[in-house]
Design a protein around this ligand. Structure first.
Ligand SMILES: [Zn+2]
Length: 149
């Protein structure tokens, strides 16, 4: 299922240009048009899913393989000092295109990208344990709720 107005669906359909690096059954990888550093790539699901929460397991596994294959190629080609693999979900998290994608971003000392959050401190061990319990209670192994019917 693709969306007419989605910029990533347009690239996948061939209706918009991109420098495609790699394709697999469930993913397409291309260069980010506004890179953090040159060689910054996006690993995009071939089908239109809004974000991580919608991805079927099968697609996530395929995307993980593409991430590894292309990250290694970027390292061997660009020789960065380091690299980030990240994914933004929702406006508050910085997602700008609402079609699931991972970023692979080459990094260098002093490259200007700063992510320095003001880290929180749990009020007590019990406070932390409460968060852990609430999350554990919601863990669903083999959850297929995000799968397409
Ligand atoms: Zn799309």
């Amino acid at each position: 299922m693709q969306q007419d107005s989605c910029p990533f669906c347009k690239i996948i359909r061939g209706d918009a240009h991109a420098q495609i690096l790699y394709e697999s059954s469930d993913s397409v990888v291309f260069l980010d048009i506004n890179p953090i550093n040159f060689g910054h790539a996006l690993v995009v699901s071939r089908e239109h899913y809004k974000d991580f929460s919608e991805l079927p397991d099968k697609v996530l596994i395929d995307i993980a393989e593409s991430l590894k294959i292309v990250a290694k190629a970027i390292i061997d080609s660009v020789h960065p000092a380091g690299f980030n693999i990240f994914n933004n979900n929702g406006l508050a998290a910085g997602q700008s295109v609402f079609h699931f994608h991972f970023h692979i971003a080459p990094r260098y000392d002093g490259d200007g990208l700063k992510v320095r959050p003001q880290l929180k401190v749990y009020e007590s061990p019990e406070h932390m344990a409460e968060y852990a319990k609430n999350i554990r209670d919601k863990i669903k192994v083999n959850d297929k709720s995000g799968e397409r019917k």
